[in-house]
Design a protein around this ligand. Structure first.
Ligand SMILES: *[C@@H]1O[C@H](CO)[C@@H](O)[C@H](O)[C@H]1NC(C)=O
Ligand SMILES: *[C@@H]1O[C@H](CO)[C@@H](O)[C@H](O)[C@H]1NC(C)=O
Ligand SMILES: *[C@@H]1O[C@H](CO)[C@@H](O)[C@H](O)[C@H]1NC(C)=O
Length: 411
């Protein structure tokens, strides 16, 4: 310590603080950026008043005994290094640190005292590591944490009190892990959580009350193997506005579970094994503005009353469902606010005139459907050719009859 202080006094008595080779130093921050310069230890002979230290893309394998010199740090970036452990109590001096970036290292676990001292920490990025377990109470030392990124690790279970401590955590990313079950008990403590990402795991079912998070607004369950959603799965998610269930094994719209999501605005159900949209499939979803059910290779039946209660719907995407061959009369007529209707690449041969309100200025995508340009479609041709048309449907081509094949109804 003494030697180090001497070195410092000598250095600052020059014009400016020492700046390691290849690094950039900004004395006004003060900050130091040593990105991709091939260092394998934390440089310590630098300005101890640094507020921001970026050491990304190097070969640093240890943080032991090096961070004590930097008590003013607010941002610290160790992304893309070779850290296999954070050790214990190495961040004790970083009481001002707000952002700690540790993505793309080789961490496999965290000791319960790893984060000791980080009383101001707001963002912790641990994504792209090899973390397979986290001890209970590991976050007790980071009571101010708001964002915790754990995507792309090897987690499959979590202890009940893993996330105890940060009472205002509002973003938790657990995508790309090995969860077979929703870690219900662990996340339940996160009463302030607004965004939960569980995409690309191995979930197969959603049990009743699998997630009881009174503040949750956005939930992604994309790319799992979910084939069962219990009726009460979402019954304590009353503030949820966004739900993504894309790329699962659902055989039907989980209507009974969705009905509790009274504030839901956006729902994604693409890439599932859904065969039909039944009458009342989206009942109770009067706030829904965005609905996407695309790339469902088995979807063939649209019930005329499927969207009956979605009177706020603005954006409807039902594309790339090759077995959807017609839009039943009434299917779209309860949607006065519809602005965007994407029906691209279905099996549609026609489009009924009564379906879209001509007052509403709808943009309609009917490309890549086998449209038959006969008298039943004449209304659309006329509408698209009108000076003040209310429907935009660019690049709409006829597939039949033979003499009109390839002809554009619109450009
Ligand atoms: C990561 O850690 C494991 C042991 O936990 C080790 O076998 C592996 O070589 C490490 N990888 C790198 C790139 O250091
Ligand atoms: C036009 O073609 C569609 C699709 O094949 C068909 O359902 C409809 O009855 C036809 N209309 C007329 C007037 O022939
Ligand atoms: C424009 O459209 C409205 C109804 O959509 C119609 O009443 C009006 O006559 C049209 N004006 C012109 C110039 O085509």
């Amino acid at each position: 310590m003494v030697c180090w202080w001497l070195a410092w006094v000598v250095l600052v008595s020059g014009a400016r603080a020492f700046c390691p080779r290849g690094c950039s130093c900004d004395d006004s921050g003060p900050s130091l950026r040593c990105v991709g310069v091939g260092i394998n230890v934390v440089p310590t002979l630098v300005n101890p008043g640094l507020r921001s230290l970026n050491l990304a893309h190097n070969s640093i394998s240890s943080v032991s005994h090096t961070l004590v010199y930097f008590a003013q740090l607010e941002e610290l970036d160790f992304s893309h290094n070779l850290l296999a452990s954070l050790g214990s109590r190495n961040f004790q001096k970083q009481v001002k640190l707000r952002e700690l970036r540790l993505a793309h290292n080789n961490l496999s676990s965290l000791s319960v005292e790893a984060l000791l001292g980080l009383t101001s920490l707001s963002v912790l990025d641990l994504s792209h590591n090899a973390i397979s377990d986290l001890p209970p109470d590991v976050l007790m030392n980071a009571p101010d944490l708001k964002v915790l990124l754990l995507a792309h690790n090897k987690l499959h279970t979590l202890f009940q009190h893993t996330f105890r401590g940060p009472s205002s955590l509002h973003v938790l990313d657990l995508c790309d892990n090995y969860f077979r079950h929703v870690p219900t008990a662990a996340v339940e403590e996160l009463r302030a959580l607004k965004t939960l990402q569980l995409c690309r795991n191995r979930l197969t079912q959603l049990e009743s009350n699998a997630l009881c998070l009174p503040s949750l607004q956005a939930l992604s369950l994309e790319t799992n193997n979910i084939d069962y959603v219990a009726d009460a799965s979402f019954s304590c998610l009353q503030r949820l506005t966004k739900l993504n269930l894309n790329d699962n094994l659902l055989r039907e719209v989980p209507s009974a579970a969705l009905v509790s999501l009274v504030l839901l605005e956006s729902l994604h159900l693409s890439r599932n094994k859904i065969r039909s949209l039944e009458g009342g499939a989206f009942r109770g979803l009067g706030r829904l503005t965005t609905l996407e059910v695309s790339r469902c290779p088995l979807l063939s039946l649209l019930h005329p009353a499927a969207l009956a209660e979605c009177f706020n719907l603005r954006e409807l995407t039902l594309s790339h469902n090759p077995l959807v061959k017609h839009i039943p009369p009434g299917f779209l007529s309860s949607l006065p606010r519809l602005r965007s209707l994407d029906l691209r690449a279905n099996g549609l041969r026609s489009f009924p005139s009564s379906e879209v309100s001509l007052r509403s200025r709808v943009s309609l995508d009917l490309r890549d459907n086998p449209m038959v340009c006969n008298c039943s479609l004449q209304w659309l041709a006329e509408e698209l050719g009108a000076a003040n048309r209310s429907i935009q449907a660019p690049d709409l081509q006829c597939a039949a009859p033979d003499k009109l094949r390839g002809v554009y109804l619109s450009r």
